[in-house]
Design a protein around this ligand. Structure first.
Ligand code: HDE
Length: 705
């Protein structure tokens, strides 16, 4: 059997083409039940005759060591796992491009920003932080938002989060922080949750964390979708021109579809109904051609601003309100391709904050400096050697020319004799450095003693925490208070709860009071000692609220329609049409997964069986039983939950008149408010979808469940 050039079925991802083709089996095929299949081979390419039975001495005898196919198969299987990321283990990635709107030559020499309309390939990985690889998507947590730009002058990794600040100011504290947040070491739980003693013990002893705590207790920590959340580079970076001029920059990603989060009770239920809620959402959107988009925004400032700003721009627990330094939009990020192989791409992608390109530089933010060590270091453990840059997902898409060689799994091996420089091989001297084209570090003057200290300018821990809190709508403030109360109620040590409330007193007295009452503290503690008093004069920043920055339309959102046999054919058709025009999705939920027959006798396949499609999975719901169908639904607990949850989560509910008995049975009968919209005739669909653009009927009376 002759080897051919055709790739074998185990050929690596085609993404970058840096790996050689495996020889395969000469493209021979076999007729099988499923059609023509290529011949199965060992990793060495030898064709396999029997993949069902091990080689043994006689039909009932012992296995033989000689069975190279079995041993190789098990050996490979035994080594399938690599260490999961110590943080951000659970993630989901996709490919796309960044498109630059206009040349930014005056700001940076970074190649990707030089030409209007130029597209640079990217890979983006979203993640939760604390949970392990198998944890649920909707944990209350920060979301990672890591972008790898494959530029013509090397890979630039912007490894950000969906919150613009961080818990700590010094990288020395990162291992302590992560240890405290993750499952407790003696018991191995709780998983993917900070609602436990160790986490709040650490936080309550770390006043610098208070600003970030406000963000993590807000609805930002339970986003409805990766597509509806912002991203932030967090640290102050530098942009540097070809002439060496530096401008400070904070990077922002703004979702084109606006911001949206879920409410906590929904989050808890989503984790049960669909632990893959976020990854499925991104996968579905890309697969159906509804490509998620964000715009890249820059906050630009100089030393003069940095000097007069109330806080230190090197302090990663502080942000710069957009009202103070507006965000300038310079380009867009489009995710338009899901991965071919989760492990090869999403798992093996290695983001390193040290990956910058000429024109982008670091500042002395201590956390950023610490990260620059950690990310490179962690890949060695995770990916097994220094050649992880040879893996297609990590390989730059521009020439890589240097004399680094060998090591585990070296794939990109240079030819020829020269492996050092300088050399005197005139015919093929190999690459040499270029003082003009090469990366040049911004020559920031440093003249200061070496010491282990925390800068005085980092000492105000409460003012921006307060500013965040007072920038929220009353409902969002209530959610923060509820989240703090919930988390601290899971803390068994009273002293920790009390210590946290003493910090809240420095942020907002009413917030501290609500939480103290929610926890039923016997006495209000004294406010925590503060290095700097809280500034109450910082203006609220409306950009910090999710509700104030919602979408302009219902695009990208989902309606779950609960239907039965006899559902009004005209209403269903109209709803489908109006939602399609809006760019939203309709999913049909029925008592049986097979589907329903509408009033005109047309069959509709269901997307979900009722028990598998609770209302928490949708942005709005329509309850469209026929008269007879309503009798069936009222008997089904899942139908009652569908309605009761949608109502409690303040969703817009479209409904057929026949649904009223179900509402009564679900305890929602006398609570039919303006968030309930009739869907009795085709013309009603427009008003329903128009209402849905507001996402939630926040004015609904009664507490959220
Ligand atoms: Fe990370 N972080 N981090 N982090 N981080 C990692 O790198 C670390 C920080 C962020 O999808 C690790 O490859 C230190 C801030 C994201 O693959 C590790 C410090 C921000 C991701 C690491 C921080 C982040 C990571 C684990 C404090 C927002 C996931 C696996 C000095 C700006 C990237 C890995 C992906 C991952 C270290 C703080 C974001 C261990 C030491 C601040 C999005 O290297």
């Amino acid at each position: 059997m002759a080897a051919s050039q055709k790739p074998s079925p185990v050929d690596p991802t085609p993404a970058s083409g840096t790996l050689p083709d495996s020889p395969g089996t000469g493209g021979e095929t076999h007729q099988t039940a499923g059609g023509k299949s290529p011949v199965l081979t060992t990793q060495q390419g030898a064709p396999v005759a029997d993949d069902q039975n091990t080689l043994r001495a006689g039909p009932r005898g012992p296995a033989l060591l000689e069975d190279f196919h079995f041993r190789e198969k098990l050996f490979h299987f035994d080594h399938e796992r690599i260490p999961e990321r110590v943080v951000h283990a659970r993630g989901f990635g996709a490919h796309g491009y960044f498109e630059n709107y206009k040349p930014l030559t005056d700001l940076t020499r970074a190649d990707l920003f030089q030409r209007a309309g130029e597209q640079t390939p990217v890979f983006v990985r979203f993640s939760t932080v604390a949970g392990n690889k198998g944890s649920a998507d909707m944990a209350r947590d920060v979301r990672g938002f890591a972008v790898k730009f494959y530029t013509k002058e090397g890979n630039w990794d912007l490894v950000g989060n969906n919150m613009p600040v961080f818990f700590i100011q010094d990288p020395m504290k990162f291992p302590d922080m992560v240890h405290a947040f993750k499952d407790e070491p003696d018991r191995g739980f709780p998983q993917a949750a900070t609602a436990h003693d160790n986490a709040w013990d650490f936080i309550s002893l770390t006043p610098e964390a208070m600003h970030m705590v406000m963000w993590v207790m807000s609805d930002r920590a339970i986003p409805r979708s990766f597509r509806f959340m912002e991203g932030f580079g967090v640290h102050t970076f530098r942009l540097v021109t070809a002439q060496g001029k530096s401008t400070y920059v904070k990077f922002h990603w703004k979702p084109k579809l606006g911001l949206q989060s879920v409410v906590w009770n929904e989050a808890v239920k989503i984790n049960g109904a669909d632990p893959d809620f976020h990854r499925r959402d991104l996968w579905d959107a890309i697969q159906t051609g509804d490509f998620p988009e964000w715009e890249l925004g820059l906050q630009l400032f100089d030393d003069a601003f940095a000097d007069e700003f109330e806080f230190d721009v090197l302090d990663p627990t502080k942000m710069i309100p957009e009202e103070q330094v507006p965000v300038q939009i310079v380009g867009k990020l489009v995710l338009n391709r899901t991965v071919d192989n989760f492990f090869a791409e999403t798992e093996q992608v290695a983001f390193c904050t040290q990956n910058v390109v000429p024109g982008v530089d670091f500042t002395n933010d201590p956390l950023l400096q610490g990260r620059n060590f950690s990310y490179l270091d962690t890949q060695l453990k995770r990916l097994g050697g220094p050649n992880f840059t040879h893996i297609p997902i990590n390989a730059p898409k521009c020439p890589v020319m240097n004399f680094q060689q060998d090591g585990h799994m070296a794939v990109r091996n240079p030819k020829g004799r020269v492996n050092y420089e300088p050399n005197s091989w005139a015919d093929a001297p190999g690459p040499r450095e270029s003082p003009t084209a090469g990366y040049r570090t911004f020559p920031e003057p440093i003249n200061t003693p070496k010491q282990r200290v925390r800068s005085e300018t980092f000492a105000d821990h409460y003012s921006q925490a307060r500013q965040f809190y007072v920038s929220q709508t009353p409902l969002e403030q209530q959610h923060i208070a509820n989240a703090l109360t919930f988390e601290l109620s899971k803390v068994q040590t009273l002293a920790i709860r009390v210590r946290m409330v003493s910090h809240l007193l420095n942020i907002d007295a009413a917030l501290a009071d609500t939480v103290a009452k929610g926890l039923r503290l016997k006495d209000m503690p004294a406010a925590a000692a503060a290095a700097k008093p809280t500034r109450a004069d910082l203006k609220p920043s409306p950009k910090l609220s999710i509700v104030k920055n919602g979408p302009a339309s219902f695009k990208g959102r989902k309606v779950g329609a609960l239907v039965t046999d006899g559902v009004d054919a005209g209403v269903l058709a109209a709803l489908r049409k109006v939602l399609k025009a809006e760019g939203a999705v309709l999913k049909l939920i029925a008592p049986e997964v097979g589907g329903v027959k509408d009033s005109a006798g047309t069959w509709h396949d269901a997307d979900e069986k009722l028990e598998g499609g609770p209302s928490v999975l949708f942005d709005a719901v329509a309850v469209l039983p026929s008269k007879g169908g309503a009798d069936v639904l009222t008997q089904l607990p899942a139908a009652r939950d569908f309605v009761a949850d949608a109502r409690a989560h303040r969703k817009f509910i479209g409904y057929a008149a026949a649904a009223t008995p179900l509402f009564e049975k679900a305890g929602a009968g006398d609570g039919i408010d303006e968030g309930f919209l009739p869907l009795n005739k085709p013309g009603d669909a427009d008003a329903f979808v128009a209402a849905c653009r507001k996402l939630r009927f926040w004015d609904r009376a009664g507490a959220e469940r």
